[in-house]
Design a protein around this ligand. Structure first.
Ligand code: AR6
Length: 171
């Protein structure tokens, strides 16, 4: 099992093999952590995402799935884009959120990452409460079994969401 780390910080600064982006189905950027990742990575990231839309995902990346690209100018080598459920759009099934975390870890294994950093997917614009996101994220990371991942690091933006993850990790 990989080590699970909980830190407060900015995911764009993490020196890990892969960082996970809380994207939307278009894969073409947005606000929140998605905007921060695209801004820090530079235009090469958007170009790769456009390529994915032109090839594998003409209708967009479905909710609960994940796909990796390069990472442009970020310290990480890969960005794994996932789409969490949007509560404001009626996507209230916790399994969709678990799937976003699970498929992100699976994609990290597939590309050969040994360390991955993840944000609190769906805890921002998509409206899920932080305690629920924290519990699902930690449970999913604990259940993950894979040959390569050694470090699963949750990088939380701000003390409130950090505290929610810290508490879930102690439970
Ligand atoms: N590092 C780590 N976490 C961050 C950072 C950062 N630099 N910036 C924000 N967060 P959100 P969602 C936290 O809204 O709820 C976008 O427009 C943030 O405080 O980024 O899955 C996409 O394009 C919160 O705790 O993602 C989608 O349209 C967490 O990241 C939509 O938002 C997730 O908040 C996705 O919404």
């Amino acid at each position: 099992m990989a080590d699970i780390e909980i830190v407060e910080g900015d995911i764009t600064r993490q020196e890990v093999d892969a960082i996970v982006n809380a994207a939307n189905s278009t894969l073409l950027g947005g606000g929140g952590v998605d905007g921060a990742i695209h801004a820090a990575a530079g235009p090469a990231l958007l170009a790769e995402c456009r390529q994915l839309r032109a090839t594998r995902y003409p209708d967009g990346l479905p909710v609960g799935e994940a796909v990796a690209t390069g990472a442009g100018e970020l310290p990480a080598r890969w960005v794994i884009h996932t789409v969490g459920p949007n509560r404001h759009a009626g996507q209230v099934d916790p399994e969709l959120l678990a799937s976003a975390f699970r498929t992100s870890l699976g994609e990290a294994e597939r590309i050969g990452a040994t360390s991955v950093a993840l944000p609190a997917v769906s805890a921002g614009v998509y409206g899920w409460d932080r305690d629920t996101v924290a519990r699902i994220a930690i449970d999913t990371a604990r259940a993950h079994r894979g040959p390569q991942l050694r470090t699963v690091r949750f990088v939380l933006f701000g003390p409130a969401v950090f505290a929610a993850f810290d508490e879930a990790a102690r439970a």
